[in-house]
Design a binder for this molecule. Structure first.
Ligand code: AMP
Length: 415
């Protein structure tokens, strides 16, 4: 299939050609025609599937046909959970709209509001925004929605995880009722479905990965290791494997800082990216990582969410995430758009429960590989996928609560 058959405008096709894409990705092939028909769309697609272009290309085509934008007005609003994602989406919008007379800008918190107000004054066709800053701007009359035609919620699941539901509701209340809604989310939890129900009108549902499945181009493995050995092991893996670009996930900001210092002390160029860093420091670290000046970028889940780094070859989970869905998001940073990637998780015995949760969610046991010289003294129990639940639920036996059962199980497997 080629992009030509999807109904996009010639200016957009030209930009896509210049970007070097030959054919639409599956999410693009499904979502683009539906958006161009004016339908609401609910799409399940994680980062790396080409989802940004899936909504941006048809959105720009639609906007190229309408009325010019007026003072302080916005014609399409794209909401994203993080500043980094907002900046990335805005870059994409700018690239794809370069041959069209459309104006776009991005607003997010953590930087001065005045320059953003100035940019909004003439009105913009596309505004990419994080919810908090958008509300600030709206409350100060710097942005108005009378001309709003299209709303996009990107990474809606993460927006809910980050507690943006109230802000989203306030924003929705300020928008015209008559509009097109596009909702993109990596996973479709019940909360997302609830949000979608109140937001979309008879949406076309598109999905490219089965619910909570991990991308097949990602080679996953678990390296069992003692907790205290993790940073030495990571140093060894980076040096031995000659990794030039590795994204490392840390559960905490403090952990990310500590690990960054340890790696730097061992001669590895590393930088941390998390919520306590200033916007400038985050942007700089990301730019240096992309340019190959920083070898290891140590990120917390929220900071890394949606980072688009072309062809990222290697992701490491230094700690497993508390929420198993985050594992799916994390490893979605590699193996992007058909490229192969590796995701390695360094797992200590006390993370066994987290590992089991991930394996249960993805319905897959992850291969284990012991690294010579780093054999754990605290053995990681063997994991097993639990048998499918019977279709008719049995009555629970007295004294057999779920928590107890899994506790007994994990103890039973220890050597
Ligand atoms: P996304 O899922 O939007 O974060 O996109 C993931 C990556 O795939 C980005 O680097 C895009 O530039 C790239 N990409 C998007 N669409 C295509 C396509 N049709 N062919 C090749 N690469 C693409």
């Amino acid at each position: 299939m080629s992009f030509d058959s999807l109904g996009l405008s010639p200016e957009i096709l030209k930009a896509v050609l210049e970007k070097g894409y030959d054919s639409p990705s599956p999410i693009q092939a499904k979502a683009i025609p539906a958006v161009l028909e004016g339908r609401d769309v609910m799409a399940a697609a994680q980062t790396g599937t080409g989802k940004t272009a899936a909504f941006t290309l048809p959105l720009l085509t639609m906007l190229s046909k309408g009325q010019p934008v007026q003072t302080n007005q916005v014609r399409a609003l794209i909401l994203t959970p993080t500043r980094e994602l907002a900046a990335q989406v805005a870059d994409n919008v700018a690239t794809y709209s370069q041959h069209l007379p459309l104006r776009s800008t991005v607003v997010f918190g953590g930087v001065k509001i005045n320059p953003q107000m100035m940019k909004l004054r003439r009105g913009v066709d596309v505004l990419v925004a994080t919810p908090g800053r958008l509300l600030d701007l709206y409350n100060q009359n710097a942005v108005k929605f009378k001309q709003l035609e299209i709303l996009v919620l990107d990474e809606a699941d993460r927006m809910l995880d980050m507690g943006f539901l109230r802000d989203i509701k306030k924003i929705l209340a300020a928008l015209p009722k008559q509009r097109q809604n596009l909702l993109f989310s990596a996973t479709f939890s019940d909360d997302i479905r609830k949000l979608a129900k109140g937001l979309t009108n008879n949406p076309v549902e598109v999905s490219v990965t089965p619910r909570n499945a991990t991308a097949p181009t990602v080679e996953q493995s678990v390296v069992p290791v003692d907790k205290g050995q993790k940073s030495s092991l990571l140093t060894h893996l980076i040096k031995d494997g000659q990794w030039h670009q590795v994204l490392v996930f840390s559960k905490t900001k403090h952990g990310a800082n500590k690990l960054t210092k340890q790696l730097c002390a061992r001669g590895i160029e590393a930088a941390a990216i998390h919520g306590n860093k200033s916007q400038g420091a985050r942007t700089r670290a990301l730019a240096e990582f992309k340019a190959g000046k920083v070898q290891a970028l140590i990120a917390t889940d929220i900071a890394a969410r949606g980072l688009d780094i072309d062809q990222l070859p290697q992701v490491v989970n230094f700690d497993l995430p508390n929420v198993p869905e985050d594992y799916v998001h994390r490893i979605g940073r590699t193996g992007r758009a058909g490229a192969n990637g590796k995701a390695i998780s360094l797992v200590c015995a006390e993370e066994f429960k987290l590992l089991s949760d991930i394996e249960r969610l993805t319905k897959k046991l992850i291969d284990r590989q012991i690294v010579k010289g780093f054999e754990p003294t605290h053995t990681l129990p063997e994991s097993r996928l639990k048998a499918q639940k019977p279709t008719r639920p049995k009555k629970p036996k007295p004294g057999h609560r779920d928590g107890q059962r899994s506790g007994e199980n994990s103890r039973g497997h220890q050597h």
